[in-house]
Ligand binder design. Sequence first.
Ligand SMILES: Cc1cc2nc3c(=O)[nH]c(=O)nc-3n(C[C@H](O)[C@H](O)[C@H](O)COP(=O)(O)O)c2cc1C
Ligand code: SF4
Ligand code: SF4
Length: 443
Amino acid sequence: MADLSINFAGIKAPNPFWLASAPPTNSGYQVMKAFDQGWGGAVWKTLGVPVVNVSSRYGGMNYRESRMVGFNNIELITDRPLKDNLKEIEEVKKHFPDHAVIASLMVESREEWHQIIRDCENAGADGLELNFGCPHGMCERGMGSAVGQEPEVLKTIVSWVKEVAQTPVIVKLTPNITDVTEPAVAAKEGNGDAISLINTIQSLMGVDLDNFVCYPNVDGASTNGGYCGPAVKPIALNMIKSCAQHPDVNLPISGIGGIENWRDAVEHILLGAGCVQVCTAVMHYGFGIIREMIPGIDRYMDEKGFKTIDEMVGKALPNTKTWENLNLKYKVVADINEDKCIQCQLCYIACEDGAHQAIGLPDEDSRVPYIIEENCVGCNLCAIVCPVEGCITMERKDDGSQSITWKERTAKGDIPTTFNDPLAGGIGHWIPEPIEALKKGKK
Ligand SMILES: Cc1cc2nc3c(=O)[nH]c(=O)nc-3n(C[C@H](O)[C@H](O)[C@H](O)COP(=O)(O)O)c2cc1C
Ligand code: SF4
Ligand code: SF4
């Protein structure tokens, strides 16, 4: 069995699976229950001056049969008194001394930061997470993402925190910013020990068509909230990658966003996360999902020959490049497996109307479409829309002997530079005449 234990920026935990700061870490009862089931760490629901919440406060994005593909909330930080939370942190640490308990914090003044840090560390917290990410409610009061969006302010507050913190300081970043590496660099400059991302994405979940009120409805009105869950994983992965690759960040990363199973977690780790945090999946399915996550990652690590989590961190980063460094000579085309095809013709419609008119329909005898290889640009669309896994595959057509990137072509002056440049990539590619569209419609 692989060694799942981690030392994340000086915080030790039996495994890299932590609960994110959110309702599942609202109380000692919940955190103890989670640790008992196998979670390695928990970032406590953000502590500060207790708030007053609204009702209702969540919105769900359902897609066809799948519920909570995305999730949104307008909840604030903890509404419980600090002393109750501190008492429970102390109790959790007594029962689980080897698990990681991180105090998530959000206050305003330097004095408040100093006081709450001392209180949490006295209660036994193993680390601190600074919530500079909350994109609703708290930001209207100058906290949360209002700080995360201002690198200079963020840096100042991190340095206040570091004046007194005895435990590692994780800076939690907001995705509601053009370039997430700017606050990440500021976290480093402020002397932070690690970063975590992403917090939720500013969003409106939808509008009730009958009463013109967005979800969630609070007495006939609503407000923008924070989006999370499976739908945000691609955004999280990209931001984690950006921070992991940035030469001036160079901090351990706790990956958050859309993690539901061990595979999602491994993806975060391969792109640079040293541990991961989970919120929505636990709110949907409960703490028990950890029972699949631990054996899953363990099996994967054994198969791949990874002995520790550290060995996996960032393994996909060298293969994640800027566009200009991709090989323009690499060429794939679609291939339909006739035996697997259920003849739905979704691939035909997608390619015909949404791509490159590279799929044909046969005559009466069959309904299995065929690929017109010379028209196929290898975009993947048909393979993505095909409902049968593995029915459309992308087959390599170049022999692998040649490689040239946009960057290399640019250096050679071998790129289109004028509107009608003979070097345009689409020249020579068959496109039907516009009038053909009308003839086809009449058939
Ligand atoms: C209802 C709810 C409340 C949350 N409260 C907090 C909070 O108090 N502090 C915080 O840092 N993040 C909070 N978050 C954000 C999560 O910690 C996490 O960053 C985000 O949900 C993305 O992870 P996920 O896709 O696994 O849900 C909250 C999220 C939800 C859904
Ligand atoms: S989408 Fe897939 S299953 Fe449907 S016709 Fe095309 S190849 Fe066959
Ligand atoms: S890969 Fe793209 S261009 Fe090729 S057949 Fe499929 S949808 Fe059409």
